[in-house]
Design a protein around this ligand. Structure first.
Ligand code: NAP
Length: 307
């Protein structure tokens, strides 16, 4: 059955990824959009979710591609109206918000999917399989990108609830929590806040883990020139390097796989199968690490940041 979908927030990620992924998947029909200032040619647009929910009972599913701060109210309205809901990452601005949404979805008997697009990167399953029988000695995440390039003018990332550099950093944490054979937790963190902003522009994290391995993550949003989205892991059975955000896999210095981009295609495929089987998928482990880094992090004030 073709599911009718409303896409909310026609902005950067909606145009870059959601619209092409929906158009390419025969299980989905883009039936409406909700956006205050934008629309998609030929598709009915509403400026509020309430208006869409009242006018379009035929729509089964709402996909939220808005920033995390307004997301809860939109998701709550959609779930309360009996719609399945798909959440962009991070799934909310706090853990409690997402617990509440999960509970509401359960009460209403609908599916909720907290998506982690980076987990769909091509080499993530290969890395998980390769690591399964190894002892980890060292893990280093290096996620350094240029916020001006990827979030031009998006002040919400520096406002409370916008997560700052954890907006991309949580993608690395979503991969880490997927590929490691056991759970880890944050031991300490240093967060660098620009003097004029409410969220960090850089972060260094240390993790505690069962193998006693040295495990760190370095996130920085001030990286100009080449961008780095790498996870390096040394084990008793060799060295793994996941680069390009999970798209390229090296083992012992040899490239063994260079994948292509199916991340959002996979997310919409999975959402369709969750609805068909009446299930939900809400894994908050990447968000727990972010929350713990804010709780445990030592605050350092750095130079003001202006777009
Ligand atoms: P964006 O372009 O700044 O925002 C998307 C749209 O949301 C805006 O065009 C705006 O549309 C609507 N919006 C903004 N603030 C709102 C508010 N306060 N209330 C209601 N609607 C609001 O952001 P984005 O880059 O697409 O990111 C959206 C989400 O996708 C974030 O959670 C982000 O982490 C995730 N994501 C982004 C990227 C990326 O490359 N940018 C990649 C992967 C995931 P209207 O003004 O028309 O309502």
């Amino acid at each position: 059955m073709v599911e009718k979908l409303a896409l909310v927030g026609i902005g950067k990620i909606a145009r870059d990824q959601h619209l092409p992924a929906i158009a390419a998947n025969p299980d989905w029909e883009l039936a409406a959009t909700v956006s205050r200032n934008a629309s998609v040619e030929g598709i009915e647009n509403f400026t509020t979710i309430e208006a869409m929910l009242a006018a379009r009972p035929d729509i089964s599913t709402v996909s939220l591609a808005i920033p995390p701060q307004p997301r809860f109210a939109y998701a709550q309205a959609a779930l309360a109206a009996g719609k399945n809901v798909m959440l962009e990452k991070p799934p909310g601005q706090s853990l409690a918000e997402v617990h509440a949404l999960e509970e509401l979805a359960r009460e209403k008997g609908v599916s909720i999917y907290a998506t982690w697009h980076s987990r769909e990167a091509d080499c993530v399953p290969d890395s998980k399989a390769w690591l399964a029988d190894k002892t980890i000695k060292r893990l280093a995440i290096t996620w350094k990108e240029d916020v001006r390039r990827w979030h031009p003018g998006q002040d919400w990332v520096f406002e409370p609830g916008g997560l700052g550099v954890f907006d991309p950093g949580i993608n690395a944490l979503s991969i880490m929590t997927e590929i490691l054979p056991w759970p880890v937790h944050v031991a300490s963190a240093v967060l660098e806040f620009p003097e004029n902003r409410d969220t960090p522009i850089a972060a260094d994290i240390v993790f505690t883990n069962p193998d006693g391995a040295e495990m760190t993550a370095t996130f920085d949003w001030r990286q100009e020139g080449p961008q780095t989205w790498d996870i390096d892991i040394e084990t008793d059975g060799g060295r793994l390097k996941l680069s390009s955000g999970g798209a390229t896999l090296e083992i012992d210095g040899q490239t063994v796989k260079k994948g292509s981009d199916h991340e959002y295609a996979n997310l919409y495929k999975r959402m369709a199968s969750l609805i068909q089987s009446g299930k939900s998928d809400v894994d908050l482990s990447p968000m727990v690490h972010v929350s713990d880094a804010f709780t445990l992090g030592k605050r350092k004030t750095v130079d003001a940041f202006h777009f």
